[in-house]
Ligand binder design. Structure first.
Ligand code: NAD
Length: 253
């Protein structure tokens, strides 16, 4: 079977866990060389090992996406490693604490915005500059179903993810003629450490979360990764500026 991303150079942020790890592993399976990036060193090493075990090529570059100098060094390092950057998945994110808008703690608001929104823009800024130099590329941002609809008790997360969707559409228009496609994936509830920490292994909370999903189950990181990799691949060559729900029907309700 032909591999969809043979010879491509890919970057995944937040690749030390969950959806990012599944995406990094799938990129490698499809033939890409992968830069695994995260603040979580041990988790990233596990991702690199998983890729190497299946015969793929991966390197870890530590980066906090909310720090401009670290993001600059990440993209420089990625290009030094593989000579170019064809596919970039801006996926690093945090969920933050839950509280209504009128009570939301300002420090938590700032942390969520710094990682989930500014972090995506900082990465896009550097990735776009590299892709312009080399004549094209494809960027996919991990937004959320919470980038398309409101979610009570999560004002900062929802505002940041709506911001990612708006940023994706704007940049897609700006670079459409430069052969750079820019899209977002909007996952519903995906079973990753982010969700297991939020539900705290409490069966009642977990049941309520599952009940929010029309399909009656959580998604898997691999199901989200399929959309990220497909949007990056040539199979999606006429698609730019979309925010694609991968959500078991969540936002169709
Ligand atoms: P996860 O917690 O398993 O993975 C997130 C990764 O991001 C972690 O490895 C973490 O170390 C990394 N990270 C956090 N802050 C960072 C920073 N400042 N710099 C670099 N790396 C950082 O969670 P996940 O569920 O795999 O989430 C991945 C993305 O998917 C996030 O953007 C999240 O908001 C989004 N998402 C998740 C769900 C879900 O249900 N799991 C739903 C919608 C959207």
């Amino acid at each position: 079977m032909s591999r969809r991303l043979e010879g491509k150079a890919a970057l995944v942020t937040g690749a030390g866990s969950g959806i990012g790890r599944a995406a990094a592993v799938l990129f490698a399976k499809e033939g890409a060389r992968v830069i695994v990036s995260d603040v979580n060193v041990a988790g990233s090493e596990e991702t690199v090992t998983a890729i190497q075990k299946q015969g793929g090529e991966a390197r870890f570059i530590r980066c906090d996406v909310s720090k401009p100098a670290e993001v600059e060094a990440l993209i420089r390092g990625a290009v030094e490693a593989f000579g170019r950057l064809d596919c970039a998945v801006n996926n690093a994110g945090i969920s933050g604490s839950m509280a209504p808008t009128g009570d939301y703690p300002e420090d938590m608001w700032d942390r969520i915005m710094a990682t989930n929104l500014k972090g995506v823009w900082l990465c896009m800024k550097q990735e776009i500059q590299q892709m312009l130099k080399q004549g094209g590329g494809s960027i996919v941002n991990t937004a959320s179903a919470a980038g398309l609809v409101g979610v009570q008790m999560a004002p900062a997360y929802v505002a940041a993810k709506h911001g990612v969707v708006g940023l994706t559409k704007t940049a897609a228009l700006e670079y459409a003629k430069a052969n750079i496609r820019i899209n977002a994936v909007c996952p519903g509830v995906i079973r990753t450490p982010m969700i297991t920490v939020a539900t705290d292994h409490n069966p009642e909370i977990e049941a309520a979360v599952i009940a929010s999903e029309p399909v009656g189950r959580m998604g898997t990181p691999e199901e989200a990764a399929e959309a990220l990799v497909w949007l990056c691949s040539g199979a999606a060559s006429f698609i730019t500026g979309v925010a694609l729900p991968v959500d078991g029907g969540l936002v169709a309700q």
